[in-house]
Design a protein around this ligand. Structure first.
Ligand code: SF4
Length: 63
């Protein structure tokens, strides 16, 4: 699984980094980043949850 963020749309709300901290982090610019090339197996459900809960739906998940 891979995850991508449309950084132009991200509001920096922090939902993704709270839901899947192994995969997402907020940068110094308060924009979320994807920390990993490939989502670790144990974090896949959390990534799907984060994508579903992102208020501006700017997280794209590639299964
Ligand atoms: S949940 Fe969405 S809007 Fe919020 S920080 Fe993450 S990517 Fe940005």
């Amino acid at each position: 699984m891979k995850a991508r963020i449309d950084e132009m749309a991200c509001t920096g709300c922090g939902v993704c980094s709270e839901t899947a901290p192994d995969v997402f982090e907020l940068g110094d610019d308060n924009i979320a980043k994807v920390k990993v090339e490939t989502v670790p197996e144990g974090s896949e459900d959390a990534v799907r949850e984060a994508a579903g809960n992102c208020p501006v739906t700017c997280i794209e998940v590639e299964e």
